[in-house]
Design a protein around this ligand. Structure first.
Ligand code: 5AD
Ligand code: SF4
Length: 432
């Protein structure tokens, strides 16, 4: 009989892929069936994120609950970025945790489950970690790592410490994964990396050295593949060649993530982002010129040390000028091992909350106008999720979440849909 595995995945798409990798590794040795009920699981894994402090605090209360409810003999493991960052401290604070597996060590999951309180958190690498075994949580789209780690030194960010230095995965391994995914039926791909458009910066051995633009071209030549998405690109590396390829390559979905962080050139400097307000605006303008239907999403941090009213106004100004279709906004959270942790000109938390609310209000206003524009439009949707309420959901090329009444017959198919209703987070329509 197979064992049961409960796995909770927090954080970014890299973590989603790492969880898939752990499931695949575990199943190489013995068979595991996934469960959504931690109390019936033989193995409980939390794949954590450490980008902000709150989820880290929540981890320990959550672990306590899992421990209380777990069935006798069940093991608990903590994986991912918080595991990298806290290491054996986790077992000190929660002694019932059986193993700790850093973000760069997830390949070792099948080994550590048989050890007593193993802690694996090195950030060096060997190439055997690149070729992920095959488990996909979706039949219709595949996540594919193109690089691991990050070489940037953004002063607020803990990720270079949890995921280590940036290594590009060799082209032949990426193409193998793409081809295998397409053979299995996935028509959409998500190319993943902390900084995808820096692809080619460093390979671990002698490999064909190409940049991200060339990688996009090569991946798009794979027959049977219909859509390519990627996350996250860095605004600094959005050169003309890249934007032009994005515009003219039909397989690349017309949705771009452009993490702004701040609209103030001064703050961008303090964050060590490597670009100015003007550069960002210029790239966004160029992108909208080349691809009028593009949907642009962004990340914004408010309350970074030293942020004045004028800096905040710059952020709102960029928001107004670009009109982002999607905004993920966060209050700055000081992180250990980062440069900004030592910055002293802290912003009053109440002012930071007010600024966050202003960012969110401005975005909601923009969103109302943008949504209206899509009413009665016909978009091509790739259906990938059957919901319990009789709807099937999917995304348009430019990333609108669209649902229609229907059955599983729609799954894995492209259909033209006329949008006839707007709801808070998605669009409703009918297949035409
Ligand atoms: N505080 C708040 N937000 C952060 N992010 C990264 N580090 C921090 C931090 N210390 C945000 C950035 C990044 C997103 C993934 O998380 O906006 O783009
Ligand atoms: Fe979170 Fe960053 Fe780690 Fe992803 S890479 S899980 S966003 S800390």
């Amino acid at each position: 009989m197979s064992k049961k595995l409960f796995i909770e995945t927090l954080g970014c798409a890299m973590n989603v892929r790492d969880s898939e990798h752990m499931i695949a590794e575990l199943n190489q040795k013995e068979s595991y069936e996934l469960t959504e009920d931690s109390s019936e699981a033989d193995l409980i894994i939390i794949n954590t994120c450490s980008v902000r402090e709150k989820p880290v605090q929540k981890l320990f209360s959550e672990l306590g609950v899992f421990n209380k409810k777990k069935k006798e003999g069940a093991k608990i493991g903590v994986a991912g970025c918080t595991a990298s960052h806290l290491g054996k401290e986790i077992i000190k604070r929660a002694p019932y945790v059986n193993f700790v597996l850093g973000a760069r060590n997830v390949s070792k999951v099948a080994e550590v489950i048989h050890k007593d309180r193993a802690v694996e958190t090195e950030i060096d690498y060997d190439e055997s970690q690149f070729a992920f075994k095959d488990f996909r949580s979706s039949l219709y789209k595949s996540y594919i790592n193109i690089s691991i780690g990050c070489d940037k030194q953004c002063t607020y960010c803990i990720v270079p410490h949890t995921r280590g230095e940036e290594i590009s995965i060799p082209l032949n391994l990426i193409l193998d994964e793409v081809e295998n995914s397409v053979k299995r039926g996935a028509k959409e791909l998500f190319l993943l990396g902390q900084n995808v458009n820096n692809y080619g910066r460093r390979f671990s051995g002698k490999h064909e050295k190409i940049n991200f633009t060339e990688l996009l071209r090569r991946v798009s030549e794979v027959e049977g593949l219909k859509r390519i998405r990627f996350t996250s690109p860095h605004p600094l590396h959005m050169d003309d060649e890249f934007l032009q390829e994005f515009a003219k390559n039909d397989k690349i979905c017309k949705s771009m993530h452009m993490p702004l962080q701040s609209g103030s050139t001064k703050l961008l400097k303090d964050m060590k982002r490597g670009y100015s307000k003007e550069w960002f605006l210029d790239r966004a303008k160029k992108l909208r010129e080349l691809v009028p239907e593009v949907s642009i999403s962004t990340d914004i941090i408010v309350g970074f040390p030293g942020e004045s009213d004028a800096d905040h106004e710059d952020t709102l100004d960029v928001m107004r000028q670009v009109g982002f279709e999607q905004v993920f906004s966060f209050k700055y959270s000081p992180r250990p091992m980062t440069e900004a942790e030592n910055y002293t000109d802290v912003v009053d938390p109440q002012i930071a909350s007010k600024r966050l609310a202003e960012v969110q209000e401005l975005h909601n206003d923009t969103l109302d106008r943008l949504k209206e524009r899509n009413l009665n439009k016909v978009v091509e949707v790739y259906f990938e999720e059957l919901r319990s309420d009789g709807f099937v959901a999917g995304r348009s090329d430019n990333n609108l979440l669209v649902k229609v009444k229907g059955s599983e017959e729609l799954l894995g198919r492209f259909k033209n849909v006329r949008i006839n209703r707007l709801s808070r987070l998605s669009f409703e329509g009918e297949v035409i």
